[in-house]
Ligand binder design. Sequence first.
Ligand SMILES: *Cc1c(COP(=O)(O)O)cnc(C)c1O
Length: 388
Amino acid sequence: MFDQRNHKQSIVTRVAQALHFVEAETGAVIPSIQPSATYARDDNYEIRKPYWYRRDGSQTTAHAEAIIAELENAESSLLFSSGMSACTAVIEHLPAEAHVVVPKVMYHGVLQQIQKYESNKRIVVSSYQAGNLQELTAVVRMGQTQLVWVETPNNPNWEVTDITAAAEIAHAAGAKLFADCTGTPPCMTKALDLGADISFHSATKYLNGHSDITAGVLSVKKVDQFWEDIVRVRKLQGTVLHSQDAWLLIRGMRTLFLRVEKSCQNAMAIAKHFEGHKYIKAVLYPGLPSDPGYEISKRQTGGQFGGMMSLIIKGTEQNAVDVARFCKLFYPATSLGGVESLIEHRKTVSGEGFPVHPGLLRLSIGIEDPDDLIYDIEQSLSQTFGDA
Ligand SMILES: *Cc1c(COP(=O)(O)O)cnc(C)c1O
C-alpha cells in the first residue's frame, strides 16, 4: 500500500537529481562551477568558512563529494585529481616501515607505486593471491599489519574477494581494510557497508562514465584522526579535484544507475556468447555461473556483475594483439567504465614484469547495442584466424 509518511526516497532519485539541487538565488537546477583559487576574508578579517584557498576544495568538489557519500553510505568522501593521487595519499600516510598486504595481481599503477615505497624502505609489503582468504590470513601479521589492500574484482583477471571476510581478517590483526572497487561502482558495491574501513574508486571510470576527466575518491564510515590526516595530505600535496572536472563528474553521475545497468546487461550477453567459443580459451567474468567468483559476486555486487571482463585468446600473443587491432567498433584504448566499449591487450600496457596472460584482452563494455559489439569481436576473430 502507498505509505505517504514513511516513504524513503531511493538513492537512484537522489543521484539523478544531484541531491535535488536547486540554486537558492536563481532556481537553476544545475549547479554553477566555482573556479576561484582564493576567497576574501570578511569585514572582521575572519576566514569565511569552509573555504579559503583552492587546495581545500570548493563548493563544486564538495557537491560531488556529497553525492558519492550518499552512494557509499559514508560520513565523508574526498575527491582527488586522479585515482592514483587518492591511493598515494593513503600509502603516503602510512607510518615508516608499516606492514602492508596487497594482492599479487592488481591495478598496475597502484602496484608500481607500492613497489616504489617498498624499494625506498618506507613500507614492508607482503602479497596474496586475490580472492584467496587462506593466503591472506597466512601473510597478515598480528598486531603489525597496518593496511590490507583488496581490489575486487581485480584488474585484469576480475577475481572476486569477499570484502566482509577480508575485513574480519584485517581487523583481527589490528589492520584497516582498504577496498578498491573501481570495477563495480557504489551503485553495485557498497564496500563500507560490507566492512571496509576505506572505500576507493577511480572516478575516472564508472562514476564519471564519459572518459573526459580523471578523478579518484576515498570514503569512510566515520571521520577520525586517520581521515583528518588524509584531508591534510590532499591539501599539502595539492591533489584536490579541479572544479571543472567536479562539475563534469556531477553531470556524469546523474546517469550512473542507467549506464551501469546497461553495461552489465551488455557484458553478460557478450560473456555468454564467447564462453566456449572456438577461438577463446577463457572468458574471465564473475557473472558466469562457471566463474569461481560467481557466488560472492552475486552477494556483493547487488545482483549485477559489472561491465568488465577479459578474454584469453587461443594461439599466439600476436593473435591476441591482432584481435584488438582488427576491431572496428571497440576502441583499442586503455581505461574503463565509459559509455563507449574499449579493448586492450593488457600485456602491452603493463609491461614484462607484471603477471598477466600474454593472450589476455581486457574489455570495458559500454552502452552500445550488444549485437554490434558481439559482431565486432566475431569479425575481428575471423580476420585474425583467417577464416573471414
Ligand atoms: C584506473 C584505476 C586506478 C587508478 O585511477 P586513475 O584515475 O587512473 O588515476 C586504480 N585502481 C583501479 C582498479 C583502476 O581501474
